[in-house]
Design a binder for this molecule. Sequence first.
Ligand code: NI
Length: 388
Amino acid sequence: MAVINRIAGYSEEMAAWRQHLHAHPELAFDCVNTAAFVVERLKAFGIEEIHGGFAKTGLVALIHGKEPGPVIGLRADMDALPIPEETGLDYASMVPGVMHACGHDGHTVMLLGAARYLAETRNFAGTVALIFQPAEEDGGGANVMVQEGVLDRFGISEVYALHNAPGVPEGQFYTTPGPIMAAVDTFHIHVKGRGGHGAMPHETADPVIAACGIVQAIQTIVSRNHYALDDLVISVTQIHTGTAENIIPETAYINGTVRTFAKEVQALVQKRMAEIVQGVASGYGVTAELTYDVWYPATINTPEKAAFAASVAAEVVGEAMVIPEAGREMGAEDFSYMLEARPGAYLFLGQGEGAGLHHAKYNFNDQIAPIGASFFARLAERALPLKG
Ligand code: NI
């Protein structure tokens, strides 16, 4: 009922690996040195079967147990974010403008810790496929790996992943049966009017007032068009226009994000946004063009796998530190593509107080690495029990 002793024994090394990765963050699909570091460690653990080159820098490593059996996939994301780091740590990012602000350095190390333990002990019947994935933050590396046939090629029958959670007590796990993270879409609206002198608006077709009208009207999709008990967020996050106080500009640009769970809600938003943009624009005598991009789908846990994973977590941290039905969040995650293809579950692991995800002062808490690694290791042993 605790962190695995053997894994606790390498927690100092895990912290050193993590801090090395933290100092050398890489973006999106370009996790070249991170992947090389992972391969070097895996080889040192005696893991021979390493397949690279998926999603450019992703890789899959296979650890075979003492007896034959099915294959389960454990996934870690490896990429960083385009944020200038402000932690002041002595191992802060050495790459200007890039930092591990979502803890994927810690995710990579938690899976490495589990890999080392599983390679040393092999007390399971079947194969553990370690999936190290680039481009979670931008580009959908998980989708690329699924499209490249990773799950089929290695016969992976179920998949699991873990994300750290700042602001949640250190070592507390939470997950939920069914939908856990939202689908994410983005929209871009180009408004075209007719510019002119700020003192003579009657001679112009003002894109500023039209853009404001569009932003206001879009919010009525949430308040007036969709069923109140369905989850929906529409946030306009940027408006760009204009150059001076006395000039009515020619164009305006709006963008933002949409979060949903149900495909019908997603379709409703697309339809209504197109209607509103056209209708409001023509009402103000301007034109507008909407580009609506559908990105990651909702992350949906298989209920029995989420319950199973929660029971494994309880073995590591005790039942009082596991919330098995925490409910859903409006964030998004590209592990959703793997969960569309295979049963499995996504969990969060609390890392205590500190700056939030995607913040310039965020840092992964090395104290939780042995907990996450123990969770992955126990999960493999429980999902693939020895018969002999
Ligand atoms: Ni993340």
